[in-house]
Each structure stands twice: as structure tokens, then as C-alpha cells.
Design a binder for this molecule. Structure first.
Ligand code: SF4
Length: 144
């Protein structure tokens, strides 16, 4: 069965900054065809649960305390790709809008809930290395 890397919060893991999740129950439809490998780049990159929310500001990731947390994001992204390489994973499903996992949109860096076109740090890294990335809003593409 082909393996897919998936944002851990989408399958109900409490990895969000506030200790909750983004459960996307349609993930179960994927289990007929794929083996899912849950991964949270923020946690694997060394951030805690809970943690301050962060957004991308230019080429950095800054949290609400104005701390630059970019290094954690880069570490998480590198770890994700290492796992993809090791497990021969070619596809990822990542949580839309997140500064780590956003696929088409991210928050605009003003912490005012405004979204702009852009990709999270993990998404950018995986795409750069040839992994095909979908958001949870696009899983129909994978179920055809
Ligand atoms: S980094 Fe990705 S997997 Fe982790 S909580 Fe944020 S959106 Fe979910």
C-alpha cells in the first residue's frame, strides 16, 4: 500500500499550538487505498504543546511574543523529508493555512486571521524535494 505523510492534527492528534486538533474525519476514506504516516512538523521540530501561535513574516516565522521560531520550523521540515525519503513517501496531505503545513494559503503575519496565498515551511521544503503536496481540501484527487 502506498504511504502518505499526513498532518497529525488532521487525524485528531492534539498537536495544535493550543493542545487541540483539526480532526478531518474524511481521512478515513484514504485508508482504503493508502497507509497514512502522521507527522507534526512543529512538534517534531522541537516546539512544545501548548505553544504560542506563529505566522510567517517575510522569510521568518515569528510567534505572538515576537520570538523568531524559524529554526524549529526548518528542523521539522528537514525531519519530515528525511522520513519521506526513508519510507519512500511521494505524497503528503497537509493542513491548509498553517505556517508549517499550509498548501495554498497561510496567515498574513499580522495575527488578524487574514489569509494570503502562500505555502508553509514544511510544504515548501517537501515540494522542493519533489513530494506532491495536497491540502485536506483536495483529497478527492487522491481518491479517484
Ligand atoms: S504543524 Fe501541521 S501537523 Fe502540526 S499542528 Fe500545525 S498544522 Fe497540524
Amino acid at each position: 500500500m502506498e504511504k502518505i505523510l499526513i498532518s497529525a492534527c488532521l487525524i485528531g492528534d492534539n498537536t495544535k499550538y493550543d493542545g487541540s486538533n483539526n480532526l478531518f474525519s474524511r481521512y478515513k476514506e484514504l485508508l482504503e487505498k493508502y497507509e497514512l504516516v502522521p507527522f507534526c512538523g512543529e512538534v517534531e521540530g522541537g516546539l512544545t504543546i501548548p505553544r504560542k501561535p506563529a505566522e510567517i513574516v517575510k522569510d521568518r516565522v515569528i510567534n505572538t511574543k515576537n520570538k523568531d521560531v524559524t529554526q524549529y520550523y526548518l528542523q521539522g521540515a528537514q525531519k519530515a523529508y528525511a522520513i519521506c525519503k526513508y519510507l519512500n513517501i511521494k505524497i503528503a496531505i497537509l493542513k491548509e493555512n498553517s505556517p508549517m503545513c499550509g498548501v495554498k494559503n497561510v496567515y498574513d503575519g499580522t495575527f488578524t486571521h487574514k489569509k494570503i496565498s502562500g505555502q508553509g515551511i514544511l510544504t515548501q521544503h517537501l515540494i522542493k524535494h519533489g513530494i506532491k503536496v495536497y491540502s485536506e481540501e483536495e483529497i478527492d484527487e487522491l481518491l479517484k
